[in-house]
Design a protein around this ligand. Structure first.
Ligand SMILES: Nc1ncnc2c1ncn2[C@@H]1O[C@H](COP(=O)(O)OP(=O)(O)O)[C@@H](O)[C@H]1O
Ligand SMILES: [Mg+2]
Length: 324
């Protein structure tokens, strides 16, 4: 585990903020975030476009000043970025490189500017699988290669914390899978990775921990399992004749279940989140028997367990990631 840093009593947190807020011209774009990102995990930072992910990342990297709130990165206060930035690697919003220079030479310029040993350039290129193409001009690189070069640049300081802003944006499925493997390998080496995406699907397979924001505010923070469990399973019953939905609702009511008619002829009854699969089936069977006894024919009877995507939709109001 990482050592105890001055001023930090929670050494297992790589990032911690309290009330972190940023307003531009009076418009709040990051609203009172209380982040707790554990060390040594991949934390996925998700929210629709415009939710404030990049701004939050800029705040954490000391690139913009908070309007209010405090925080620490690797145990050092946000007000003193120089104390922690040397251990942080970052790639924000599609890295810019000089297209006429090779990948190698672009990194060499960065290493020299950062006072880092030139040997790191070759190591970083190898680490992201670009050693073979390092001498080619960046203008000949695919988008996926440019993204990997961006990550190589972020690796130059040999960081403990790697912050990647939308590294899978625009990549094809193969590129996304490669990026996922790369991110998992950084975690396996002990780095903490904070990786943003507007699409849950692009981080859910690699993230241990999730931070979900919407319109600048935190809507969920915790493990992927906790997000899945935050969703309530339902029994959904559809009747042959829409007019019978009220009878089904009465039957469910007599069983002491909450329920509502959600569409003509469709009744939904939420189940307690801890309901097991067999318990849910038993309830569905009981509803079916009682409906049958009451002369109501069901044309559908399902137990629905919401997916992670449903949970994300419920929290952010979007699954496409493109609506604020
Ligand atoms: N420098 C800035 N000045 C004014 N508004 C900004 C600035 N940077 C970002 N914003 C606004 O803040 C909101 C959040 O943007 P951003 O952090 O880029 O979101 P995300 O990365 O989640 O897509 C957007 O409405 C954006 O227009
Ligand atoms: Mg962004």
């Amino acid at each position: 585990m990482y050592g105890v840093a001055a001023g930090s009593h929670l050494t297992s947190l790589a990032v911690r903020t309290a009330g972190l807020t940023k307003a531009y011209a009076g418009r709040t774009v990051v609203a009172g975030l209380n982040l707790e990102i554990p060390s040594g995990v991949v934390s996925g930072f998700v929210g629709p476009n415009g939710a404030g992910k990049t701004t939050t990342i800029r705040l954490l990297l000391g690139l913009v000043r908070p309007t209010a709130g405090t925080g620490s990165v690797l145990g050092e206060p946000l007000q003193h970025p120089a104390r922690y930035l040397w251990q942080v690697g970052a790639m924000i919003e599609g890295p810019a490189f000089m297209p006429g220079l090779s990948g190698h030479d672009n990194l060499l310029c960065l290493a020299q500017a950062g006072g880092l040993p030139p040997i790191r350039v070759r190591q970083a290129l190898e680490r992201v699988g670009l050693a073979d193409r390092g001498r080619d001009k960046v203008r000949s690189y695919s988008l996926g290669m440019k993204q990997r070069l961006g990550i190589a640049a972020a690796l130059l300081p040999a960081p403990r914390l790697l912050v990647l802003d939308e590294p899978t944006n625009g990549l094809d499925p193969a590129g996304i899978a490669q990026m996922r493997e790369l991110i998992a390998s950084f975690r396996d080496e002990g780095m903490t990775v904070f990786v943003s995406s507007h699409l849950l699907s692009e981080v859910e397979l690699v993230a241990d921990h999730l931070v979900v924001i919407r319109a600048g505010s935190l809507v969920f923070q915790g493990t992927v399992q906790q997000l899945a469990q935050s969703q309530v399973p339902h029994i959904i019953a559809a009747v042959e004749h829409a007019a019978d939905a009220g009878v089904v609702a009465d039957i469910a009511g007599a069983l002491d279940w909450d329920c509502e008619i959600t569409a003509p002829g469709e009744v939904r009854a939420p189940l307690p989140p801890t309901t097991s699969g067999s318990e849910a089936s038993a309830r569905a069977a009981e509803l079916n028997r009682r409906c049958h006894a009451a002369g109501v024919t069901l044309i559908r009877l399902d137990v629905s367990r919401p997916t992670l995507e449903d949970a994300f939709f419920g929290l952010t109001g979007t699954s496409s990631g493109d609506i604020r």
